[in-house]
Ligand binder design. Sequence first.
Ligand code: COA
Length: 331
Amino acid sequence: MSILRSAGILGTGHYAPEKILTNEDLEKIVDTNDEWIRTRTGIETRHIAADDENTSDLCVKAVEKALEAAHLTAQDIDFVIVATTSPDYIVPSTACMLQNKLGISHVGAMDLTAACSGYVYALAVASQMVKSGMYEHILIVGAEILSRLVNWKDRSTCILFGDGAGAAVVGPTDEGYGLLSSDLGADGSLGSILSIPAGGTAERITQESIDSGRAYVHMEGQEVFKAAVRHMGKTTVAALEKAGLSGKDVDMFIAHQANDRIIQAVAKRLKVPEDKMYVNVNRYGNTSAASVGIALDEAVRKGRIKRGDIVVLSAFGSGLTWGCDVLKWNY
Ligand SMILES: CC(C)(COP(=O)(O)OP(=O)(O)OC[C@H]1O[C@@H](n2cnc3c(N)ncnc32)[C@H](O)[C@@H]1OP(=O)(O)O)[C@@H](O)C(=O)NCCC(=O)NCCS
């Protein structure tokens, strides 16, 4: 067992459900309009899971593509991490559902809850497990069906979110490549500005909590917006500094796809130009833990990332949580 070898992403994949919900479709559900949504958020469409699709089903489809890209099979995997806020069940974990569906029900599996920062957290955790020699090939998946947790009567939140999954295989890579640094942070004192108040042990689900909307996503939009810009900027600078880099060294910046205005504000702070960013929030909306994984996979498949590139993944979400991973791309 080698000590502190390099670890990186060996392959990526994503899946988005077939059904697409447009801003025009939303105009028929709540009092909103395409122009308001586009100018405030940059979102035009989002994907919505079918009734017979669960979060673990989205995971399976994203993982199949990631395994294929990594030239590996499920049998090569020795640990599974699923980052999600919309699990199939409270228990068992969605990671356990996934490993069973993949036919590898002998390997370790756990869910990780860091809301929209989940993929960035999961990559940092998995990379350390590979670097230490504990495991060889770890599956990480960010996956969400937030369409089942938003209040479809609340126009300020239901327009924002979408469903999907982004996956990666994390494994050993050439020395000096792969994950160079991570910065993970949180501030629980601000948990209430983006939360689902009822449904846990603190507040049980009752007919009243359903009727009042407390069983669904609650958000103080402007507070979340300001915190997102501040913390995503700071965590990205901190992670880059740990790697001895700065904004000018970045070849590809992938921020959590929550809102185009947040992404542009953070990129401006970091002085990362438009052609070194990947943005797809217009097509997916905010897919929470899945968003960075989906965007990364699209950027890779479109040939926007090549070996040696400095790739920066940065996210922010409920908790509050935030985090950034800096990679020297290894393939
Ligand atoms: C949600 C967000 C788009 C709202 O934009 P905003 O400019 O802050 O808008 P406000 O909340 O101040 O609302 C302005 C007005 O638009 C209205 N409005 C809210 N949602 C609307 C919608 N979907 N369509 C039309 N009008 C809407 C409000 O009711 C308010 O009306 P009023 O002035 O008559 O009271 C913005 O705050 C945001 O993006 N926040 C961050 C959200 C986020 O990314 N969360 C996830 C982080 S992981």
